[in-house]
Ligand binder design. Structure first.
Ligand code: ARG
Length: 459
């Protein structure tokens, strides 16, 4: 049978395979709240501008409210033959209120309708992601505060480099996540314009009030160009791009958690709640949640790639290719929400193994830079010379199998005669971290101040 929406021009219905490739209802049913809200705003505007009667407007509004209740309650029967959420809702409206349902689509197209619904959905998604990230920051801040004095090796090239505090290391992620929140906020501000009323692509000859529907839906203003309004999906791309960067941050942190749990580190214990055992090796406690956060970043980045590739060759305006825009966004959102919550949970539960971290700082000559700095400050050596002297001292210590702090004074003086006993005062890791108190440095007092500042900023 020909289609109820456009059957006028068609003698026959679609092939079964056409129906399957064409239908998006299994994906875009997630837009139902937004679709119904946008339709109610549109109907109210059509009444206010005299385009439809108040009577029809009322019937439409009550019908849509009923449908919202039906879908909320899981009682709605979605049909693939009706393609997408927009036509499923409209067809049900016709069942409920009769021919007046046909007036809802005046001065509107599915092209501006879907762009509107999707913007509203992404806006909600951003608000949820932001709330989750605030939670994660709070967890990191609490842990950073508790570990402000905990020394650990800081790494470059995954080689022990200089002592840092664990709190300072965790605060690095608070900063990254702060910028992630900023990126999502920027995306939200840019997407918050209404496509509704752009109609199919050219606008409409009906005397609609696009500002009214924009306001009703919480948009800042109507989009200025009808062609742009139905053509672009840059808001979805921005969401995926911000999400991909966030996913990379979460993945790097997850990778560090995995490392920190591993043999040779044992810097942290993850709780039973966020680890799993092995079905064969009774001793195992595996950091699966962290590994999954690391792995799931691939899905989010993949989603960004998917949509970039869908969009890149499309002539303006709408092309059905664009129906492929929602699945990567929905999946990225679900994945991020899960990853954020799992990361916050791991942080809340983790126990820092302060002894192991402290012990690791005793290997690798981590205070070599402090020694070189002493030669500069006390003896007035140029830093390059100090670097060379220190390198020689490290080689001597290595030969003797001792740390720099345990290299005897006469061995030091054999390399640089002006070295005095005072040099040992800078060779402890505690002294090393507490000396790095210039703004942004790892000193415990800085960590405490940064926690306080971050709590105020992100509260
Ligand atoms: N389901 C479609 C989508 O998600 C809705 C827009 C359809 N517009 C059209 N001209 N066929 O893109």
């Amino acid at each position: 049978a020909a289609n109820a929406m456009w059957g006028g021009r068609f003698a026959a219905g679609p092939a079964a395979i056409m129906e399957r490739i064409n239908a998006s209802i299994d994906v875009d049913r997630r837009l139902y709240t937004q679709d119904i809200a946008a339709s109610r705003a549109h109907a109210a505007m059509l009444v206010a501008t005299g385009i439809i009667t108040a009577e029809d407007g009322d019937a439409i509004d009550r019908g849509l409210e009923t449908i919202l209740g039906e879908i909320d309650a899981g009682q709605f029967k979605f049909s693939a033959a009706l393609e997408d959420i927009h036509m499923n809702v409209e067809a049900r409206l016709r069942e409920l209120i009769g021919p007046a349902a046909g007036r809802l689509h005046t001065a509107r197209s599915r092209n501006d309708q879907v762009a509107t619904d999707f913007r509203l959905w992404v806006r909600d998604a951003i608000d949820q992601v932001d709330a989750g990230l605030a939670e994660l920051q709070a967890a990191l801040l609490d842990t950073a505060e508790a570990e402000a004095d905990t020394v650990m090796p800081g790494y470059t090239h995954l080689q022990a480099a200089q002592p840092v505090t664990f709190g300072h290391h965790l605060l690095a992620y608070v900063e990254m996540i702060g910028r992630d929140r900023g990126r999502f906020a920027d995306c939200r501000a840019r997407l918050n314009e209404s496509p509704l009323g752009a109609a199919a692509l050219a606008g409409t000859s009906f005397p609609i009030d696009r500002s009214m529907t924009a306001r009703a839906l919480g948009f800042e203003r109507p989009m200025a160009n009808s062609i742009d309004a139905v053509s672009d999906r840059d808001f979805a791309l921005e969401f995926l791009a911000a999400g991909s960067i966030l996913a990379v941050h979460l993945s790097r942190f997850a990778e560090e958690l995995v490392l920190w749990c591993a043999e040779g580190f044992h810097f942290v214990h993850l709780s039973d709640a966020f680890t799993t055992g092995s079905s064969i090796m009774p001793q195992k406690k595996n950091p699966d949640a962290a590994e999954l956060v690391r792995g799931k970043a691939g899905r989010v980045i993949g989603g960004l790639n998917t949509l970039l590739i869908v969009m890149k060759g499309l002539p303006l305006t709408y092309g059905k290719d664009m129906q492929e825009d929602k699945e990567p966004v929905f999946d990225a959102f679900d994945t991020l929400a899960l990853s954020i919550a799992a990361t916050a949970g791991m942080v809340r539960d983790l126990e820092a193994n302060r002894e192991a971290m402290r012990a690791a700082t005793a290997k690798g000559f981590l205070t070599a830079t402090d020694l070189a700095d002493w030669l500069v400050r006390v003896l007035g050596l140029p830093f390059r010379d100090a670097h060379h002297v220190t390198g020689t001292l490290v080689a001597r210590a290595e030969d003797q199998g001792v740390d720099l702090a345990d290299l005897p004074l006469d061995a030091m003086q054999a390399v640089e005669p002006r070295i005095t006993q005072d040099i040992y005062s800078v060779l402890t890791v505690e002294r090393s971290v507490s000396s790095r108190s210039a703004f942004g440095g790892t000193a415990p007092e800085n960590v405490r101040a940064a926690v306080k500042a971050a709590r105020e900023r992100w509260a």
